[in-house]
Design a protein. Structure first.
Lengths: 340, 300
């Protein structure tokens, strides 16, 4: 057990080092791209705590991201009592607001089993974009709100995109460590017990209501932070910034990455980014295959690829990329343990 | 102000519109229930399947076919498509967890949605329906022929389906394999194919709903997204495993939501869907099985 802990800590140190040095090797725009991937990674971390560990599904995490994003936009554009907040300070607040919304959703979720929960959360995803349209004086309606452009604070001598990169991955790292600490202790065991059998967990003294709601709250908190960062990076928000399909993409990426694998989540996050923003490149690349000539201008390519990948992964590799890696490296590391 | 200006004529029109909406929800909800009963799967791709077949109908009509010639061709294609989807995509994950199956149907929805965008482009298309939009006088209120036609087609379809399930051997086999797959297998029902048949039927129901709704809204790949959600709500309202519940739930939801949207100022157009979901959520908390559904006792 000790060696496993040691390996995990070494893993975190390597990750921290990687995060710190990567900007030296990439150009400014790539740093921006990596930052966006980091935001999806944060949202996926939250979703992984919920779905991978507590076994509750949410098809509405795009809506929690939107709640975080709107919190940041409203606080930094309209402010409270006329005081605009700096975008940086709105990030934790966005997380808290989304987290509270998550707790509120989590309470009725206690009464709903798998499929019903999927339906209700999908309903949240589809109906949330209506709210900004209905209460347009508060949310800015379909035109949305424009934020100040990102600017490195404290007179730091770096480009906005580099700053965005460090900000996102810094937060992502902290949240990753937090998730790890949370899940390796008592709460993590309780959640996994609930996932595997609610009855068995309850009879072993696990408080179902507390843990299931808590998982929803924390998960939504992560999504809120991710949404807040996303809005800061775009410096703009309207209902289309967090489209309905985003909620589906998040679940899809989680499934492709592996429900409870932190490494797989990075793959999933990158997949969302590439398919949403680099679909043209993917189409060009696919056209090299024989007997294919696709028009990169047509919309829909990202969804086709995502859908096909998703079905293939679920059929052929149900544990996702993470599970695949574990199957390859599992025997290796377990041999390491057994020597000790 | 809670109640907008009120006239009986308009009220009757709103009821008619509500029934028309409800008939469409009922059709799609029935498709969801048929699949749920046989495979315990909620098909998140149901809406996309319906829209896809409607696009096929649109293509056929653009090639000069009339609506009523295209109609049976599309239904046959939809049936074949539904069977194929069950065989190829759903069967390999049949025994997997709920989350896995939900994700697979989501993947299917993404795939079909993307394919529609790739093949037919993203824009709105005008879909010429079989019924005229002129109004006729029904008991003093002007109701459009289209609304009456949509309801008539839906009623006919549900009646046919009920007769099929009640009076044919195949219908009996379908019900049997949904109720008790193991015993059905023992008496010689080919359960696997029955499940595929159920998916085919559901695809047909979806195709009809799609072709009925397309003339009312514009045809575009996302046409069914909100409608599917109302259909989910209708299915849950009636009880996920009750076909009668799906039909009643659909009509009830259609009328309620139309009236709320028209007469309760706060709800309006924008908050129709959230209101519907809130109602369903409250119902689920009070009556987890829905109005007509059976309450199952879970074993761990």
């Amino acid at each position: 057990m000790k060696i496993k802990l040691g390996l995990e800590i070494v893993g975190f140190l390597v990750l921290a080092l990687l995060i710190a040095v990567v900007p030296r090797w990439i150009d400014d725009f790539t740093a921006y791209e990596f930052a966006i991937v980091g935001m999806y990674f944060i949202a996926l971390l939250g979703l992984s705590i919920l779905t991978g560990y507590s076994g509750q599904i949410s098809l509405g995490h795009g809506a929690f991201m939107a709640i975080g994003g709107y919190t940041t936009a409203i606080l930094s554009v309209d402010g409270i009592y006329g005081h605009q907040l700096r975008d940086l300070w709105t990030i934790p607040l966005a997380g808290v607001v989304a987290g509270v919304a998550g707790l509120v959703v989590g309470i009725p979720a206690l009464r709903l089993s798998g499929l019903y929960l999927a339906l209700i959360t999908f309903g949240i995803a589809v109906s949330f974009p209506q709210l900004p349209k209905k209460f347009d004086h508060f949310f800015g309606g379909t035109t949305g709100k424009v934020l100040n452009l990102v600017k490195p604070p404290f007179g730091l001598d770096t480009t906005p995109n580099n700053w965005l990169y460090y900000l996102t991955w810094g937060i992502a790292f902290v949240l990753l460590v937090f998730a790890w600490l949370f899940l390796r202790g008592k709460p993590g065991r309780a959640l996994q017990a609930i996932r595997d059998s609610e009855l068995a967990a309850a009879s072993s003294g696990v408080n179902l209501a507390t843990y299931k709601t808590l998982a929803f709250g924390i998960s939504a908190f992560y999504a809120g932070i991710a949404g807040s960062l996303y809005v800061i990076s775009r410096a703009y928000i309207n209902p289309d910034v967090f489209p309905i399909i985003l909620s589906v993409y998040l679940v899809a990426a989680l499934a492709v990455g592996g429900l409870n694998s932190f490494v797989g989540l990075i793959v999933g996050a990158a997949l969302i980014y590439v398919l949403q923003n680099r679909a043209d490149d993917v189409t060009h690349w696919l056209n090299h295959l024989p007997a294919l000539s696709l028009d990169p201008k047509r919309p829909g390519m990202p969804s086709v690829i995502f859908g096909a990948v998703l079905i293939l992964v679920m059929v052929a590799l149900p544990t996702g990329v993470g599970g695949f890696l574990r199957r390859i490296f599992g025997p290796l590391t377990s041999r390491l343990y057994s020597r000790w | 102000m809670l109640v907008a200006a009120f006239t009986w004529t308009e009220f009757a029109q709103q009821i008619a519109a509500g029934i028309r909406e409800g008939a469409i929800y009922a059709g799609l909800a029935l498709a969801i229930v048929i699949i749920y009963r046989s495979t315990r799967v909620i098909n998140f791709a149901q809406g996309e399947m319906a829209t896809f077949t409607t696009f096929v109908a649109w293509s056929l009509m653009n090639h000069g076919l009339s609506f009523w010639t295209a109609f049976p061709i599309v239904l046959a294609l939809a049936f074949a498509g539904g069977v194929a989807i069950e065989r190829i995509v759903i069967r390999p994950v049949e025994d997997a967890s709920v989350i896995t199956i939900v994700i697979v149907t989501l993947g299917l929805a993404l795939l079909l949605n993307g394919l529609m965008n790739l093949i037919w482009g993203g824009g709105n298309q005008q879909f010429r329906g079989p019924f005229s939009t002129r109004t006729i006088d029904v008991a003093g209120a002007p109701i459009s022929v289209q609304d009456i036609g949509i309801v008539a087609v839906s009623v006919a379809l549900v009646a046919l389906l009920a007769l099929f399930f009640r009076f044919t051997k195949l219908g009996l086999a379908l019900r049997a394999s949904a109720l008790n797959p193991d015993s059905s297998r023992l008496v010689g029902v080919r359960v696997g194919w029955m499940l595929a048949f159920g998916w085919g039927l559901a695809a047909v129901l979806g195709a009809v709903a799609g072709m009925m709704v397309a003339p009312v809204v514009f045809l575009d790949p996302n046409m069914m997204q909100t409608i599917l959600l109302y259909a989910f709500a209708a299915a849950v309202l009636g009880g996920l495993d009750s076909p009668i519940g799906a039909v009643v739930g659909g009509l009830l939801l259609g009328v309620t939501i139309t009236l709320l949207g028209r007469y309760v100022g706060f709800v309006g157009e924008a908050l129709k869907l959230p209101t519907a979901l809130l109602l369903i959520l409250l119902l689920l908390i009070v009556r987890p099985g829905g109005l007509f559904g059976s309450v199952t006792v879970r074993r761990a």
